[in-house]
Each structure stands twice: as C-alpha cells, then as structure tokens.
Write a protein that binds this ligand. Structure first.
Ligand code: C2E
Ligand code: CA
Ligand code: CA
Ligand code: CA
Length: 275
C-alpha cells in the first residue's frame, strides 16, 4: 500500500509541476505580449431592447498567439491578476478602447472591464483621465465594468474613486450581478448606472420559472434604483422574448453578435444606419 501511495503522490507532484511550468510560460509570454502591445480588444454590441439599436460595445481582451491562435481571457486573466500584469493589460485595453470608440458615431458608447486589482493600485482616475484626453472620447461615452469583489472591500478610497469617475461623466456598471456573495446593502452606498445580469440567469430563461422570477426581481430592483438592467449571454429568441416581457432594458449575447475586431465595427454600425 505504501508504494502505491508514494507512486500516486509523485504522479500528483509531476502534474503540479507541469501546470506550474505552463503558468510560468504563459506569464513570460503575456508580459512580452503586453510590452509589444499585441493584446487587442474585440467588441460585442449592447442592444437597447426598446429600439432594437446598438447603444454601445463591450471591449473584451483578445490575445492572438503565434502558435496557439486566439487564447481566451479565462486562460490568462487569472494569471495576469496573480502576477500584477493586469495593470499593464488594463491600461492598454482602456487606451485602445477609448481611441477606437472616439472614431465611432457620437452616440455609441464603449464599456471596459476593470479588475479590482487596478483599483487597489490606486491610479484608476488618472488612467481614465489620460485615456479620455489622449483619445478625445467624451467621458459620457465611457462605461467601466466592475465586480462585486470590488465593492466587498468596502474601501473608502474605491468609493471616492467611483464618485470622482461619475463626476467626470463616466458611467459605472456592476458586472456578473448575482454571482457574488455580497449582500445587497452595497447598492445603497455605491454609485451605479447599470447592472449586468450574469448569463447563468439567462440560460434556460424560457423554460425555467426560477430564473424568470430572479430576472423579474432584478429588473424591478433596477427600476426602483433608477439603473439600467442589461442581460448578458443572450443566445436565443426565446430568451429575448422573456427578457422583453420582463421589461429588461438592454441585452448582449451571441444572438446579436459575437465579439468582433474593431475593423468590423464601423461596418456593423453602417448596416444599422442603412437598415
Ligand atoms: P465578462 O466581462 O462577463 O464578459 C462576457 C463574456 O461572455 C465574454 O467572454 C463574452 O465573449 C462571453 N459571451 C458573450 N455573449 C455570450 C453568449 O451569448 N454566450 C456565451 N456562452 N458567452 C457569451 P470572454 O471574452 O471570453 O471574456 C471572459 C471574461 O474575461 C470576461 O467576462 C471578463 O471577466 C474577463 N475579461 C475580458 N476582457 C477583459 C479585460 O480587458 N480586462 C479585464 N480585467 N477582464 C477582462
Ligand atoms: Ca464584463
Ligand atoms: Ca459579465
Ligand atoms: Ca465574468
């Protein structure tokens, strides 16, 4: 029995080793990719459900890798957060998103994901002001997506930064709403303009009465708070019909479009204008 245990232990160890090695490889390559400005945003449209028109786009980071093709963010965002590389990555995304959006029609907004770590570093306000100034994008066309992890920290500095951003005219969205473990009390003290309902609640919406009840409550919460409710990950017409029935304001998902490179965005908006 003893040899067996030792055998499986060393197997486990070498498995850990391979994983640690692959993480280190990704870290090294990611650092270089950020330095050479290889990472780029793709953009996924946000659709206003009353008019059916595109109100803006969410910027989602893409890493074109010479050997591995497009590496999905789920494979490198956690590593970027653990190693601090998320600061450089986040700054680069913010800059690119603002300069791309500055060339879109004037009513079209851009939403950028912000890691809690970027707020902890403490220079978010100056980063945003620089990106707006350099690109010429008006603050009212920029939205920042944050998560409950950030509000859970209950930091006075974070709260002050969010208020300062809103004073500039930048809007704040609560991303992945409903997946965190925080109580709803933060909604009273933290300033938001939008709540994005996590796609796990949208899945099976048409067939699932519990999911419908949850979405209905969030929409009514949003109306009470005066914030926009956006449904994420909308894939089917049936889901869309339910969301309309519940009075949800905005939707995003593969039903409308996958995230696309900036070169395709102008064409997408042109097609909407011609329609
Ligand atoms: P997220 O912010 O919740 O972004 C939405 C994710 O859902 C995106 O995955 C998007 O491609 C995907 N999605 C959109 N519509 C659908 C749909 O209809 N069905 C399904 N199944 N998925 C859909 P993506 O691009 O792989 O990004 C994953 C996560 O990585 C993001 O989740 C976000 O948390 C993070 N991320 C992406 N870009 C950035 C960034 O620039 N900075 C930071 N800090 N995080 C980022
Ligand atoms: Ca997001
Ligand atoms: Ca989300
Ligand atoms: Ca997410």
């Amino acid at each position: 029995a003893k040899t067996e245990t030792r055998g499986s232990f060393s197997y486990f160890e070498s498995g850990m080793d391979a994983r640690a090695q692959s993480r280190r490889k990704i870290e090294t390559e990611l650092r270089a990719a950020i330095q050479r400005d290889v990472l780029q945003p793709h953009y996924q449209p946000l659709i206003d459900l009353s008019s059916g028109r595109i109100t803006g786009f969410e910027a989602l980071v893409r890493w074109p890798h010479p050997e591995r093709g497009m590496i999905p963010p789920s494979e490198f965002i956690p590593i970027a957060e653990e190693t601090g590389l998320i600061s450089g990555l986040g700054r680069s995304m913010l800059r690119q998103a603002c300069s791309d959006a500055a060339k879109w029609p004037d009513e079209v907004c851009v939403a950028v994901n912000m890691s809690p770590l970027q707020f902890r570093v403490g220079n978010v306000l100056s980063l945003v002001m620089d990106a707006l100034k350099q690109s010429g994008l008006p603050a009212r066309r920029l939205e920042l997506e944050i998560t409950e992890t950030l509000v859970l920290e209950k930091s006075g500095q974070v709260l002050a930064t969010l208020h300062a951003l809103r004073a500039l005219g930048v809007r704040i969205s609560m991303d992945d709403f409903g997946t965190g473990y925080s109580s709803l009390s933060y909604l009273r003290s933290f300033p938001f303009d939008k709540i994005k309902v996590d796609q796990s609640f949208i899945r099976d919406l048409a067939a699932n009465r519990e999911a419908q009840a949850i979405v209905r409550s969030i929409v009514s919460l949003g109306k009470g708070l005066g914030v926009t409710i956006t449904a994420e990950g909308v894939e089917t017409e049936a889901e869309l019909r339910c969301l309309r029935a519940e009075g949800c304001h905005e939707a995003q998902g593969y039903l409308f479009s996958r995230p696309r490179p900036n070169v395709e965005i102008v064409g997408l908006l042109q097609a909407q204008r011609d329609a």
